[in-house]
Design a protein around this ligand. Structure first.
Ligand code: ADP
Length: 476
């Protein structure tokens, strides 16, 4: 089966969150099952730097509207996955975040940039394709490739089937009516059953409406987004398409996130020599300027600093958390208001609370290994990766019961299966209670060790998810 995995992010080169991680790991897992999967991604500067010899293989032209003719280049990822790079420097030769300009605002031509990505994906699944390789399935991801199913629908001739995976419903890719023409879509697409969404053109709605199948990244999130409370305006459409919607829980990169071999750690460890984890705590405390205390639990966060992630709730109770007593280490970037509020808190509590504003892969690994307890109080969470890293690193997570968090973390009240701490309401009080329970449990070493080991034993590999995707491709 020939599958094109179309994505706007690809770990380790270009990543702002979960989508980049999935794109960097799932295709290889699918290839291991015998599928011919290739990844389509824009030729960002990071990609061209890493693959300077990516050879030109096609120049898809006549794409319609104002869409330019890009150069399609081919490269081979170190894991053996073929990469197809959409090279059009005026659109993609921009350093940094793939969606935002230097002022932190969306690039004004994002509809054209990701319209082109979607259009080339559809081209690769159509008869216009001039390569020897033609995709049978186009696997789209989030709004950035949401128009591919629309192009496939409105193209003449035989073409590929499509699967649309939703990693986050909050980003919808809304543009004005004029973009319909600029993107080369026919007038007929401006319809309730097409790409129109309350007077806007929505990339996300197009994908959800027109793909042959829809998945999201956890079974719980698949259910939640069909409710008006959590459907972000799309619940009706998702209920309407519920027979084609399913949840497949993400795996993680178990090589990159393995405490026994992780090169970023101060000291490697595994479930068999968990005592070695302690050196990571001391190392982290030293690096972050925290007091070197072994008698306090170290709580940690690695996250986008946004309301979605509930980090305003944690901020609210942080003074009480520090009085438990506990230490707190936060790494993240996000809204200016939350970044500043967190930085101010850290300044008031030097030595006991630190906040690192920035994106730092190495520090993220060191925090997963060095912390005692990981905190993820998300208001909603399609899947979430960090709670799975935490489980694997023997750092039991405290999570809110939502989406993928609910599907991966089992509360310690279940003495046989518990691997973390789960709370219900998205309130500061409920979070504080869960943190109190977690820190109390940490003070009971025998109980804590058992909790850590159950988490570390969880299988978070891609194998099961990949099997489910293959079954779905076959059905489509
Ligand atoms: P989302 O995609 O909603 O941001 P996920 O938990 O699914 O959340 O994925 C977040 C990914 O990004 C994880 O791999 C996490 O480690 C990483 N990450 C988030 N913020 C940072 C940061 N400031 N520094 C390093 N890694 C980060």
């Amino acid at each position: 089966m020939k599958v094109l995995f179309a994505t706007s992010e690809l770990s380790p080169w270009v990543k702002t969150g979960g989508l980049g991680e999935v794109a960097g790991t799932l295709p290889a897992a699918l290839r291991a099952l015998g599928l011919d999967v290739r990844v389509l991604v824009p030729a960002y500067p990071e990609m061209l730097r890493s693959f300077p010899h990516a050879e030109e293989i096609a120049r898809p032209h006549g794409l319609g509207g104002l869409l330019p003719t890009p150069t399609l280049r081919q490269a081979l990822a170190p894991d053996g996955t073929p990469l197809l790079l959409v090279d059009y420097p005026p659109y993609f030769n921009r350093p940094g975040n793939p969606y935002l300009g230097p002022e932190g605002r969306d690039w004004l031509d994002n509809h054209l940039r990701f319209g082109l990505l979607s259009r080339v994906a559809a081209w690769l699944g159509s008869d216009a394709n001039t390569l020897a390789w033609q995709a049978e399935i186009i696997h789209c991801n989030d709004w950035q490739t949401g128009l591919a199913p629309a192009y496939l629908r409105y193209l003449p001739g035989p073409r590929a089937k499509s699967l649309f995976t939703l990693h986050n419903l909050a980003f919808q890719g809304l543009f004005d009516h004029a973009s319909l023409f600029e993107l080369g879509l026919p007038d007929g697409a401006w319809h309730l059953d097409g790409v129109e969404y309350y007077g806007f053109l929505s990339f996300l709605k197009a994908g959800l409406q027109l793909a042959d199948a829809i998945t999201t990244v956890s079974p719980s999130y698949a259910r939640e987004i069909q409710t008006d409370a959590e459907g972000m305006g799309l619940a009706g459409l998702l209920r309407h398409r519920s027979e084609r919607l399913s949840g497949i829980l993400n795996g993680i990169d178990t090589q990159a996130w393995n405490p026994a071999t992780d090169p970023h750690l101060f000291r490697n460890y595994s479930a068999r020599n968990l005592d070695a984890k302690a050196d990571n705590k001391t190392g982290l405390q030293r690096q972050l300027g925290l007091q070197q205390r072994t008698d306090l639990p170290l709580l940690a966060v690695v996250s986008r600093l946004t309301e979605q992630k509930g980090l305003d709730l944690l901020l609210e109770v942080a003074p009480q958390v520090l009085k438990l007593p506990a230490q707190l280490a936060v790494l993240g970037t996000g809204t200016l208001a939350l970044e500043q509020a967190w930085a101010a808190l850290a300044q008031r509590h030097g030595g006991q609370c630190t906040v690192t504003v920035g994106f730092n892969e190495e520090l993220a690994h060191r925090i997963e290994a060095g912390a005692d307890i990981f905190v993820m109080p998300s208001r909603f969470e399609p899947c979430g990766l960090n709670q799975m890293y935490s489980l694997r690193y023997g750092t039991p997570p405290v999570v809110r019961a939502t989406g993928g968090l609910a599907d991966t973390v089992i509360d310690a009240a279940d003495q046989k299966h518990g691997n973390g701490f789960v709370f219900g309401p998205a309130t500061a009080d409920a979070l504080l209670q869960a943190l109190q329970r977690a820190t109390a449990a940490w003070r009971d070493p025998v109980r804590w060790r058992a909790l850590q080991k159950r988490g570390m034993a969880r299988d978070s590999s891609w194998a099961e998810a990949a099997r489910q995707y293959v079954a779905l491709y076959q059905r489509v």
